[in-house]
Design a protein around this ligand. Structure first.
Ligand code: NAD
Ligand code: ZN
Ligand code: ZN
Length: 354
């Protein structure tokens, strides 16, 4: 049987919508009927930049759907169960993977893939093969289409914030730069998890308005870096910013982060914008931890889903038919699409339209 899929061919070419054979689960594997596959800015890095992930493979690394078939030996799941897919697939055997942090698998270099949609076939298709049942997290009553972005756009900031939690005390100041797919989840997570003063920064007034809509009191346009640094300094006081979460990672945002963090702080660069942190004595200030987190662990995805189930966070989602993938990526690249674009198959689209 055939199915529609959005396939990455090679760097520099747009993805193509093709008919491919529907996969059949082998021993230990699970076949999912995909409900939604999130469109992430990282896909643009794959499509346009030499990230070194060779094609072809089916795109989509933020996936959720329903169990369609179980491979031999898979127990504990049944057809129809609603699940999110844990995206960064590790070896499953090393010390780090055993601790559920497959995002930092010790054997990643020999695996030849970062996960489904990142080297292996992902979820921008009607069905997706998940290589091991441990990569599934139950969604309970959550809508799988609306939950797809939780597996990356929420998990990645959650992991970054959790690492910084000891610093996020009531008198601390946290600056979030880039209020897009990841950043709009980060501000919700910070409000749910920490008492720190929150500043949301972006160069797009619509994104700042969105942050205000999510309850953020302090929003900041960073196009004028001097004015932005002064405004952050005025709010943070002599201590400076305690934590900066940079979801852009370009040179201007990295520079701003270095400039505003105080001593005993944390500068976390999540965005893959190619910015460089230059080290000098007391620059970033003494005691600053610079970190480059990647995605999150399986148990952290369970925690993210628990927050969504409790109504503490929600991903903004806009569904598009799978067939429109090429156009959606084009518009994402032009900044014409808001956060939370999710591709859905024809059958799922029909049920949304009803
Ligand atoms: P997005 O396009 O949805 O959002 C980016 C936001 O940054 C937008 O609101 C944009 O207006 C803003 N922005 C752009 N340039 C800016 C600047 N100079 N100053 C301030 N704001 C600026 O992207 P996304 O899906 O949220 O992804 C963000 C980044 O995180 C991407 O680089 C992506 O590849 C990366 N990413 C990293 C990981 C990881 O594990 N490290 C995981 C997922 C995504
Ligand atoms: Zn992503
Ligand atoms: Zn491993």
């Amino acid at each position: 049987m055939k199915m529609k899929a959005v396939r990455f061919i090679e760097m520099g070419k747009p993805p193509e919508v093709v008919d491919v054979p529907r996969p059949v689960p082998g021993p230990g594997q699970v076949l999912l009927k995909i409900a939604g596959a999130g469109v992430c800015h990282s896909d643009l890095h794959i499509l346009d930049e030499p990230l070194g992930i060779p094609g072809p493979f089916i795109l989509g690394h933020e996936n959720a759907g329903h169990v369609a078939a179980l491979g031999q030996g898979v127990e504990g799941w049944k057809e129809g169960d609603a699940v999110a897919v844990y995206g960064p697939w590790g070896c499953g055997r090393c010390h780090t993977c055993q601790g559920s942090a497959e995002n930092y698998c010790e054997n990643h270099a020999s695996l030849g893939t970062f996960g489904g949609g990142l080297g292996s076939d992902g979820g921008m298709a009607e069905y997706m093969l998940v290589p091991a049942a441990r990569q599934l997290v139950p969604l309970g009553a959550l809508d799988p289409v609306a939950s797809a972005p939780l597996s990356d756009a929420a998990l990645t900031p959650y992991h970054a914030i959790k690492q910084a939690l000891p610093l996020l005390t009531p008198e601390a100041t946290v600056v979030v730069i880039g209020i897009g797919g990841l950043g709009h989840m980060a501000v919700q997570l910070l409000q749910a998890l920490t008492p720190a003063t929150l500043i949301a920064a972006d160069i797009d007034e619509a994104k700042l308005a969105h942050a205000r809509g999510l309850g953020v009191k302090h929003t900041l346009d960073t196009r004028d870096a001097d004015a932005a640094a002064a405004a952050i300094g005025a709010l943070a006081g002599p201590r400076g910013a305690t934590v900066v979460l940079d979801f852009v990672g370009a040179q201007p945002t990295v520079d701003l982060g270095v400039r505003v963090v105080g001593r005993d702080s944390r500068l976390t660069v999540v965005g893959l914008g190619g910015g460089v942190v230059h080290y000098g004595a007391n620059q970033p200030p003494y005691g600053c931890q610079v970190s480059v987190p990647y995605w999150g662990s399986r148990t952290e995805l369970m925690e993210v889903i628990a927050l969504a189930q409790a109504g503490r966070i929600h991903a903004e989602v806009e569904a598009f038919p799978l067939e429109q993938a090429v156009d959606v990526y084009q518009r994402l690249g032009e900044g014409k699409i808001g956060e939370g674009a999710v591709l859905v198959s024809a059958s799922e689209w029909a049920s949304i339209e009803e």
